[in-house]
Design a protein around this ligand. Structure first.
Ligand code: 4AD
Ligand code: MG
Length: 477
């Protein structure tokens, strides 16, 4: 007898056959109805136990969280709410879950409480739905690139480079941190280290992806990235996953086209393939919002919002235009919002981004041509000498979801920039080689995977869309 998933059984094609199923008890009502779930679907299958046929001792062990093997007949259900159910012939208790100590009981638990139980929270409907959507998005991303002629490149996790030049790196070292060997100048002597130089966990696979794009044409990385920024926000993690495509011969316009097409496609994929989970998450959000004042509730329900984003063009606006919009808008004193930006050249704060996306344009916005001073060293300088071909995509409710650019392909300009920033050319010798040998226009971007999952699931905190969040508070697991 083939073991079938609950999702397959619920489709009803094995009606009147004997079936074997495995799963965990969600609820056990009236000593008769077991709601069993195996993770294959949000839905439980009802297993009906004729309690006279079973020992009390066994029935006592059927409680929320217990793992069971059930054999029985799949029949049409008499009850409401499900089309099929299993008439149980045999139950094997594989693992009990003591109701006195098992934390995930059939009642509403707060997300904060569940965050402390990251190893068990996946057993709730909310987290299983989120993680199935996350998995589907990951698949859709690989599928999109595969179908569009990209190669997947695995870029290093341990690296000597600081791709973003922001210095937010976790050091990797085999040296004794308390008593490291020192050079004559009193600096830590990384030559003594396993790697023979100072290394860190990668902040981005971009620089290495550029090397591959300059040979394979269209590539992407999708891997973990690390930022030692001590920001306790609902949008930042110390370890997050990033998707970074890099394309030879693409300019900034082509880069914007790619990013928009890519995001729309992966959202379409989950709209087609994750209906049950999205419906559940939408309802969860509606219930949650009931307690909020009308003004704070979102105007669109989750699925409508996803459809809106996948069917409508993103608005493309230059940084300079965005600053003009922000300068001319009326600050909302009541809410203590100050949208006004004092001067051209300032970095946008999240309240500025939110104003542009949620109030002014009311759709995803691609901002481009930022001041060179607030962006990374590798971005292509524009002819005006003060802006770079950078692009950020801002999403409603999320803020920045993508950061990307056309890369500086001119050796002399890049060298000049590196020296202005005081970066040691020797550190980037291989990166400069790419500009010496067969250099060409190329572009790419990075999409923060968890920010996409946040948007797709309507969850409010980035810690709730990654299995084991790494933040300054959550490193226990
Ligand atoms: O804007 P960022 O820093 O860009 C880069 O790293 C480029 N090298 C990407 C490239 O061009 N290949 O990061 C890209 C995206 C951000 O837009 C955001 O979505 C996400 O990564 N991100 C984070 N997500 C969660 N937690 C953090 N601490 C994040 N920092 C960036
Ligand atoms: Mg950025």
């Amino acid at each position: 007898m083939k073991q079938q998933s609950i999702q397959e059984l619920l489709s009803g094609k094995n009606l009147l056959q004997e079936v074997t199923l495995f799963g965990w008890v969600k609820t056990f009502r009236s000593n008769r109805f077991i709601a069993l779930n195996d993770g294959s679907t949000l839905n439980n299958i009802q297993c009906v136990v004729n309690f006279e046929d079973f020992e009390d001792q066994l029935l006592k062990q059927i409680s929320t969280g217990a793992a069971l093997k059930i054999t029985g007949t799949l029949v049409e259900s008499q009850g409401k709410g499900q089309s099929v159910e299993v008439q149980v012939k045999n139950v094997v208790i594989l693992g009990t879950a003591d109701p006195e100590t098992y934390p995930i009981q059939p009642k509403k638990h707060s997300l904060e409480f569940l965050r402390e139980k990251a190893h068990l929270r996946i057993r709730t409907n909310t987290f299983s739905a989120v993680m199935r959507v996350r998995s589907a998005l990951s698949f859709a991303i690989h599928q999109y690139f595969r179908q569009n002629g990209f190669y997947n490149v695995h870029t290093p996790i341990v690296t000597g480079s600081d791709a973003e030049g922001a210095g937010e790196m976790f050091r990797v070292s085999t040296l004794d941190a308390k008593n490291p060997p020192l050079t004559e100048d009193g600096e830590v002597d990384y030559k003594e280290d396993f790697f023979g130089k100072e290394t860190n966990l990668t902040v981005s696979g971009q620089l290495e992806a550029e090397a591959y794009a300059m040979a394979l044409g269209k590539v992407y990385t999708f891997g973990p990235t690390f930022r030692a920024e001590n920001s306790n926000t609902s949008r930042h993690l110390a370890e997050f996953w990033m998707i970074e495509p890099e394309v030879a011969f693409n300019d900034l316009d082509a880069n914007m086209d790619l990013s928009e097409d890519f995001i729309k496609n992966v959202i379409k994929y989950i709209l087609e393939h994750c209906q049950e989970d999205l419906q559940f998450l939408e309802q969860r959000l509606l219930d949650e919002e009931k307690s909020k004042p009308q003004a704070e509730r979102s105007e669109m329900a989750l699925i409508e919002k996803l459809k809106f984003v996948s069917d409508n063009n993103f608005k493309r606006v230059s940084y300079t235009e965005a600053i003009d919009i922000l300068k001319n808008c009326k600050p909302n004193k009541k809410k203590k919002f100050q949208y006004i930006i004092e001067e051209w050249g300032a970095d946008l704060q999240s309240e500025h981004e939110r104003y542009l996306v949620e109030k002014h344009f009311q759709c995803p916005v691609i901002l481009f041509d930022y001041p060179a001073k607030i962006k990374a060293f590798y971005m292509r300088l524009n002819e005006d000498g003060k802006t770079v071909r950078a692009m950020d995509i801002l999403f409603p409710g999320i803020g920045e979801i993508v950061g990307g650019s056309q890369r500086e392909e001119r050796l002399d300009v890049l060298k000049q920039k590196i020296s202005e920033l005081g970066i040691d050319e020797k550190e980037l010798w291989w990166y400069l080689d790419l500009r010496k040998f067969g250099s060409a226009v190329h572009s790419g971007f990075g999409l923060g995977f968890e920010r996409l999952v946040l948007f797709a699931t309507g969850m409010g905190n980035i810690r709730d869309v990654i299995p084991f969040p790494r933040t300054p508070q959550n490193a226990e697991f």
